[in-house]
Design a protein around this ligand. Sequence first.
Ligand code: DGJ
Length: 771
Amino acid sequence: MPVTVHEKTGIFHLHNDKVSYVMMVLPNGEMGQLYYGSCIHDREDFSHLLELGHRDMAPVVFDTEGEDGRVRWGSTTFSLEHIRQEYPSYGTGDMRQPAFEILQENGSRLSHLEYCGYRTFEGKEKLPGLPATYTEDNSEAQTLVLELEDKASGARLELHYTIYQDLPVITRHAVWINKSAAGITLVLSRAMSLNLDLPDSDYDMIDLAGASLRERYVDRHALHAGVQSIGSMRGHSSHQFNPFVALARTGTDEVSGEVIGLSLVYSGNFLVQAEVDTMGVTRLMIGIHPQSFAWPLKAGESFCTPEAVLVYSDEGLGGMSRTFHKLFRNRLARGYWRDRERPIVINNWEATYMKFDEAKILEIAAEAKKLGVEMFVLDDGWFGHRDDDSTSLGDWYPDLKKLPGGIAELSEKVEALGMKFGLWIEPEMVSPESDLYRAHPEWVLGSDERHICQGRHQLELDLSKSEVTDHLYETLEKLIAGARISYIKWDMNRSISDAFSRGNDALFQETVLHRQILGVYRLYERLTESFPEILFESCASGGGRFDPGMLYYAPQAWTSDDTDAAERVKIQYGTSLVYPLSSMSNHVSAVPNHQTYRSVSMFTRGAVAAWGSFGYELDATHLTEEEQEEVKAQIGFIQRWRGYLQKGEFYRLLSPFDGNETGWMVVAPDKKSGLVLAYRDRQPVNAGYRRMKLQGLDPDLAYKVREADHKTWEWLNLENGARASERQPLAHYGDELMKIGLLLSDAACGVRTSQVTQEDAQARIFLVEAV
Ligand code: DGJ
């Protein structure tokens, strides 16, 4: 059983064949953390792992010796300041950052959470109003709930732990309940989803940092004394940081070393924090950012934190990522599209921006259809009077000057071409210049007495108000039901400021940012329930809300507004630390690229975009005949390989953050084949030989390696890195490909002698197949 409880010793052991997590009821009744890591034998008693020692100045909890004979409590040794805990408080001896804080009526923030019971059950429960990982069958996981109470205030806490049977994954969340008999209101001013105290600090902290157009770059640095944190206070998970952190043992790489990965299934403000104390103990926590957060709990009310996902790997960062991928692809993403191959789309944003009419749209769609594209997506600019971004958000009715027959007729016409039709919306926003704002100025976030910031000329609707989400649901339901819509791109183009909800009282105001996200989730839930076969893609000005919370509703997300393949390799590489290929939406766009003005070959653009949900972001009527042929070949390739790429195991081979080259590959579950990307940013001159070590293959199987032709995308035989299309290729054992590597360079030092296309931003795709 993955959850073992030793009642006599107060030990709780979550374990499977990969991981162990051990806790105990401490002598003062609080919960202590004893071990988290690679699986160990179970035993009745682990209390010898509790480290106690006298330290001057430390506030001690006991002044008498224990009597149970198991642990000799020195009179001054039991100080919470030096004990590893499950969910620590502040003010009763622990001087480090707390996992929670409860403001009580008398102004006290002191608390003492005592263990009072537990329950276990098979499977995993849903979180109320929040996205979360799930099980399809109760045998996949087991859940332990620890019950604790703060007798003086009446606060009750339930710590929920689910351990998956076949994955090194433990999920956690906390539920607070006000059990006050006196009927007093408690205010939770901090409520983390997870706290994990680790015995040492020999770790590198790895997070994903960036900005719009360069999201999720890998950021790695050694832990140091004190608090180090990342987070978002922008009302969405953000371009700047992602709700993810890994602690990797010093020296850990893609294939070896111990890693603890932590992710928050949440799309709003978050905090990830590692605190290294003077004893070298690391306190790691993740949850809703406490800035501008406070949740009043009346007697009888409860509050559930978002879910934290803890992944353990002793196979380096690659092992951690593959666990996240499996879990998020199969047990976080849901619905009709979860396991289905995603359509190849063409989106008109970079083709026309907001300047289009029906004829232009149909012209692009018809041309794209000839090339093999399967779906047309109409982006921003189709509604109200939206000729630029200063107007019309909220007015979700078609601009009949551009589209005389509306969305209904356009979608019919696109379907008549033999394609599916998709539509862009941005439901959370309103333009001051819109009918909706004129009718309901009180529906936006912000206070009447103050200036309200605009972002991209838009205001944020107050989704803490159910009348607002009801209005949005009814409007969008009518729009979608009234046309032939197969896909929705749900955008969100500004960070939230002025988080004030008109007409609500003071205590309500600090709940607004969390309620805003709950409102987004509620709207997503209702729309995805009403239209289960529509493919939803989330988007936030590119990748500004690429997080696990969104994945629960939309199985794919627009990875970045930067469509330059040379930039995308970095963005996709960083994103792959946590998120599966199936969640990354990537498009081939025109050159020169609209974000970087760089021109890279059509092959490279397709070869980089191929690793995810594929599409085009260009005017298909502007392609030359040669480009049209290349696009047809790309589409044929994607149609053959997209299912394989979606479900295979992903391995990172070379990091764009370490040098000129990027490499990654997908291996089939049976290890009989692999598809490899090798990308080189700058063309070297007369350089040395370069090999790239593959991963994930069967060392004992012999494989032949072929390379995709840059025009036809057909496989060419390879021999020693060079083309050998006339001959049978050599076979290589898996161990050779993994230990010696695939030769990437050829002996050429110039176009005259090289057999490989030579260029900056050069991508190559290889197929490795067991003979
Ligand atoms: C930002 C998105 O990331 C783009 O793809 C596009 O949809 C624009 N918004 C439209 O305003």
